[in-house]
Design a protein around this ligand. Structure first.
Ligand SMILES: Cc1cc2nc3c(=O)[nH]c(=O)nc-3n(C[C@H](O)[C@H](O)[C@H](O)COP(=O)(O)OP(=O)(O)OC[C@H]3O[C@@H](n4cnc5c(N)ncnc54)[C@H](O)[C@@H]3O)c2cc1C
Length: 432
């Protein structure tokens, strides 16, 4: 579906006579948040344009793991997800290694045929697939088009300027969805870019070929010297893995940590992993990007604007998983947009329901995760608490498969985290 265009003379809105593309909703960013929002809006006949600054095939820096919550969400989206999922690698378990490489702290494997822990799929493939589905649903998707600013507010719409680099274009929309990631230009342009840097995470990843002993499990290596933080090995095939490391931003600046160097040191020094990686080759550069963990953004809506996904900070503070939060926030945003369009009201007050609904959905799970990571970031408590906690968890996991599954579910968010904070589970952890 192509949105109607009109021409306006030069003036406040432009340097010369420019055409305007009209839509009900203008989505900035074609990552998981923007695409899922686009699919849901277009299916309802809501005119939707998606602007994506990158060319087709863009590869977002990510760990490439779709956790159980993401898989359930994608399954329910009715986009023939299973055909795409088959291109990825099914993940059936989580291994947690201690740093000395002496033993695996916990090996948490689900039975074949049961719900998978996750699937790994490179982000260029995931995003390309979702973009194709958004177009099939009826969105107009413009690649190479960078959102720049709001240029005017009209009675019931906003006028926005975007650029290809060579030329500017104007877009008029009733609502703008900022789904443009952690550095959201939309949030900045709307005066809503205020981050609590303490709660942000920083992460790097590289692709290695030739790692020995990869299985259908992800490997986690909690970093005792950098808590809360962990390194990961996420297999994409029998010998290629996404290897990375993520740490809270305040810990990185406090301890002057350079993550790229830390990752290279880790893979060459970890006793178990370095042996398995002695013949592995790094393919491409090690690249990093910030993760807007839940709680780092306070305001999610403003007049005519909603922030989705990383732009609104929907990353799980414990695991760093953000694709699920991106898609789920898109779902809520579409619900709010539908009602706003029906009523024809797009004021700050009328859209504030988006903030409330997101909080109601995410607070319990991401909130308790933030509590735990906050404790681990404490300069004096963090390391001893992490080491002691891991030992207790290790003992329990080795003795009790139910407990082990609980820990896996707790980390991946598949079990409500509130449950783990119940006296029964706390007592079991403390007294092992
Ligand atoms: C190293 C690392 C590992 C991670 N591992 C995982 C993992 O394994 N699993 C997981 O679930 N999550 C992981 N995450 C988090 C996950 O990548 C993000 O939470 C997720 O991509 C958020 O999706 P999104 O659609 O909100 O934003 P993004 O995926 O960032 O998409 C935003 C899009 O907006 C576009 N854009 C930006 N600015 C503009 C503009 N001005 N105009 C037009 N377009 C614009 C960008 O090009 C991009 O395509 C990881 C993150 C990092 C950094």
């Amino acid at each position: 579906m192509t949105a109607p265009k009109e021409r306006i003379p030069s003036g406040r809105a432009g340097r010369s006579t420019q055409s305007i593309s009209n839509s009900d909703v203008l989505i900035v960013g074609a990552g998981p948040a923007g695409c899922v929002a686009g699919i849901l809006l277009a299916r309802e006949g809501i005119r939707t344009i998606i602007l994506e600054k990158a060319p087709p095939g863009y590869h977002k820096i990510c760990g490439d793991l779709l956790g159980g919550r993401s898989l359930l969400f994608l399954d329910g989206l009715n986009i023939d997800w299973t055909s795409k999922q088959d291109e990825g690698l099914l993940i059936e378990g989580i291994q947690v290694h201690d740093e000395k490489g002496l033993k695996s702290v916990a090996y948490l494997e689900q039975k074949p045929g049961k719900d998978p822990v996750g699937t790994t799929l490179r982000r260029d493939l995931l995003d390309g697939f979702l973009q194709q589905k958004a177009v099939e649903a009826g969105c107009e998707l413009l690649h190479g088009m960078r959102f720049q600013e709001f240029v005017d507010r009209e009675d019931n719409a906003v006028l926005c300027r975007a650029s290809t680099g060579a030329e500017d274009r104007l877009f008029r929309a009733k609502l703008v969805f900022g789904a443009d990631g952690a550095w959201s230009t939309t949030a900045r342009a709307a005066g809503m870019f205020k981050r609590d840097s303490e709660v942000m995470l920083l992460a790097v990843r590289g692709y290695y070929r030739g790692i020995e002993g990869l299985r259908n499990t992800i490997e986690l290596y909690p970093l005792s010297n950098l808590q809360p933080g962990y390194a990961w090995v996420i297999p994409l095939s029998a010998d290629v893995a996404n290897v990375g490391l993520g740490v809270r931003a305040d810990v990185c600046s406090r301890d002057r940590v350079r993550l790229r160097g830390e990752l290279l040191r880790f893979v060459s020094e970890h006793p178990g992993l370095s042996r398995r990686m002695k013949n592995a080759k790094l393919e491409g550069p090690v690249q990093g990007w910030p993760l807007a963990a839940y709680g780092s953004v306070q305001r999610l809506s403003g007049p005519h604007v909603l922030l989705l996904g990383d732009a609104g900070a929907f990353i799980d503070p414990m695991s760093g998983e953000g694709v699920f939060g991106a898609m789920q926030s898109a779902w809520i945003a579409v619900d709010v947009a539908r009602e706003a369009i029906r009523r024809g009201v797009f004021t700050e007050r009328s859209l504030a329901g988006y903030d409330d609904r997101c909080r109601r959905f995410f607070d319990a799970d991401f909130g308790s995760a933030a509590l735990v990571t906050g404790l681990l970031a404490h300069p004096a408590l963090g390391k001893p608490l992490a080491m002691w906690g891991l030992k207790q968890v290790e003992k329990n996991c080795l003795m009790d498969p139910d407990y082990a599954r609980m820990i896996a579910g707790f980390f991946t968010g598949m079990y409500p985290r509130k449950r783990f904070l119940r006296l029964k589970w706390l007592a079991r952890t403390i007294f092992a």
